[in-house]
Ligand binder design. Structure first.
Ligand code: HEC
Ligand code: HEC
Ligand code: HEC
Ligand code: HEC
Length: 477
């Protein structure tokens, strides 16, 4: 049993007076030394970031990342890491996995459109230009110049010299001769002050369309808005030609956007099996993220995808933009004290549920396209099919809004599940309508669904509907 301390203290009162004096003196010296150390660390950190330290002045529109890298070697070297393309997480990473091989349903859903030919997982920013040039989705000799907007840091310069409208209206293959650098420093930074800036006009215009002024954005908002220049839903307006537009005029939810597209009577393609006019969702990462708990808590994209990193006592922003699951210690552990394995398991359990709901929505959607095809074969009129087609148009956009978004629903789990549920319900409603139409034509059995169990077999199926192979598939029982 330990004695109460005050007794002991009383006995040694005289001794503790001078001991106390020495301890106090040592403490004062230690505090002073620590203070000096802190000042020195802060100075070094400041030196590493201070724009006035710039050794080489950076020209306006300087596209060469290596030139910027002379002044900011840590940021540049970490940026170069986006070259890495052999990382894989359960649902992400930089390895270009083949989505169509993993999920042949998507071949059917994108039939008649480039995404049914090739659909690979995104690699890092370093590869953006190479990948857009190589993709089988490109058409030769003509493809919209607009596709180049989000791939190269030569774009701000070209927009300045050509004018924005002329840039979008140009032929991609002509623009290609003018660009040679992938996404880079000046896309997000002002060369003189290094402050974050918006270089792509579509984002500014989208803010204006919503009655907002992007110049009022806070610093923390800018740490997401630089990403929202590209990681958003968009389409090419026909007038002015191929003008890059974010469909946000009515708001940024999936429903706001589909209402906008309906009003514009816009479609990316007409589905060859069902003749449904489809809007291909792009990757509404910013919009979906905005509905989630991390956005509510005030986080920005950079908080998880560009966390701080320390090197030799110097703290800087890690420019290796990638899956945060490959860097949990820096990107999540700052706020969450959970053990790494548990944290990743928690993320995956969210993603597993979203993946499962995605597949269910796809199953119903694929069958809905075939059902309409069967009704067409049975002689249903355009007027009879109109309601079902409109349901499928909306169902496919709601499914794709989540499917095409990065992160497999992690950015906003509830909103993801909500949209997939809505999509599934609409597809089944459409199928119900069509089955009544089929019944009225005397078709009582289920339509016959062709074999699309692998990517190659699914290709064969859609080729017969687009007339690329001379083979007729009947959907009627
Ligand atoms: C709270 C942290 C967090 C924030 C904030 C965040 N993300 Fe993510 N992001 C993740 C996680 C976790 C994944 C899933 C990675 C995986 O599955 O490997 C992800 C995945 C991604 C991916 C795909 C990466 C891959 O390798 O599959 C992209 C692109 C992305 N996010 C963009 C954004 C954008 C743009 C924003 C801001 C609008 C944002 N993220 C905000 C955590 C975050
Ligand atoms: C100028 C357009 C542009 C900007 C700005 C941009 N991105 Fe990207 N991002 C892309 C493109 C294009 C790809 C796909 C590149 C490829 O596949 O070759 C991509 C890929 C990614 C990936 C996938 C890489 C991987 O390893 O999984 C992540 C994550 C990502 N971006 C996050 C962000 C974040 C966070 C921001 C803002 C800090 C941002 N991006 C800003 C265009 C952009
Ligand atoms: C996709 C957008 C994006 C690109 C591309 C980009 N940066 Fe950054 N950069 C950021 C963000 C976000 C921050 C954090 C800024 C803040 O919070 O003030 C940052 C911060 C910085 C800083 C301030 C110091 C620090 O480390 O926090 C420097 C210097 C910098 N970047 C240099 C570069 C260089 C050099 C390149 C090109 C090799 C580059 N950046 C490319 C988004 C980008
Ligand atoms: C800047 C702080 C911050 C960072 C960084 C951060 N989070 Fe969070 N996270 C929060 C807050 C705040 C919440 C809301 C719940 C709460 O208050 O605990 C949250 C909630 C969550 C939840 C529960 C919500 C849900 O949807 O189930 C998960 C899981 C999660 N975060 C994972 C991550 C992962 C993974 C990363 C890294 C990629 C990360 N977080 C990075 C602050 C952060």
């Amino acid at each position: 049993m330990s004695k109460p301390k005050y007794k002991h203290a009383k006995k040694e009162a005289s001794k503790s007076t001078w001991v106390g004096g020495i301890v106090t003196l040592l403490a004062v010296i230690a505090v002073v030394l620590l203070g000096l150390l802190a000042v020195s660390i802060m100075e070094r950190r400041w030196e590493s970031q201070r724009p006035s330290m710039v050794l080489t002045p950076i020209a306006d529109w300087e596209p060469d990342n290596a030139v910027w890298g002379q002044n900011y070697p840590r940021e540049y070297e970490s940026y170069l890491q986006t070259r890495v393309d052999d990382t894989l997480t359960k649902y992400g990473g930089a390895f270009p996995r083949d989505y169509l091989e993993e999920d042949p349903r998507q071949v059917i859903l994108f039939a008649g459109y480039g995404f049914s030919k090739e659909y690979l997982q995104a690699r890092g920013h370093y590869h953006a230009l190479e990948d857009v040039t190589k993709t089988k989705r490109l058409k030769v000799p003509y493809n919209a110049g607009t596709c180049m907007t989000c791939k190269s840091t030569d774009v701000p310069r070209l927009m300045d010299s050509m004018g924005v409208e002329a840039f979008y209206a140009a032929n991609f293959h002509d623009l290609k001769k003018e660009v040679s650098h992938p996404i880079g420093c000046q896309d997000c930074h002002d060369p003189r002050t290094m402050t974050l800036r918006i270089t792509r006009p579509a984002l500014k215009e989208a803010f204006t369309a919503m009655g907002k002024d992007i110049n009022n954005a806070t610093h923390q908002e800018m740490r997401s808005l630089v990403c929202a220049q590209c990681h958003v839903e968009y389409y090419f307006k026909s007038d002015p030609k191929n003008y890059l537009t974010f469909p946000w005029a009515k708001g940024t939810t999936a429903e706001n956007m589909i209402a906008y597209y309906d009003e514009q009577d816009f479609a990316d393609y007409v589905h060859p099996i069902s003749k449904v006019r489809i809007v291909k969702a792009q990757h509404p990462d910013f919009e979906l993220f905005s509905t989630g708990v991390h956005a509510y808590a005030g986080l920005s994209c950079a908080d998880c995808h560009m966390p701080y990193k320390s090197e030799g006592g110097i703290k800087f922003t890690d420019h290796h933009v990638q899956s945060p699951l490959l860097n949990v210690a820096n990107s999540c552990a700052v706020c969450h004290r959970w053990e790494e394995g548990r944290l990743i398991a928690r993320v995956q359990s969210i993603q597993d549920k979203v993946q499962n709901a995605t597949w269910q929505a796809e199953d119903a959607l694929v069958k809905a396209h075939f059902d309409v095809g069967a009704a067409m074969e049975a002689g249903a009129t355009e007027a009879q099919l109109e309601a079902a087609r409109q349901l499928i148009r909306h169902a496919q956009f709601q499914w794709d809004y989540i499917s095409a978004s990065n992160g497999m629903g992690f950015h906003s789990p509830q909103e993801s599940m909500r949209l997939l549920g809505e999509s599934l319900n609409k597809s089944q409603e459409a199928r119900l309508l069509v089955s009544r139409i089929l019944g009225s034509k005397g078709v009582t059995g289920s339509p016959v669904y062709p074999d699309y169990a692998t990517r190659d077999r699914a290709w064969r199926v859609i080729q017969s509907f687009t007339g690329q192979v001379n083979e007729t598939i009947s959907l009627l029982p």
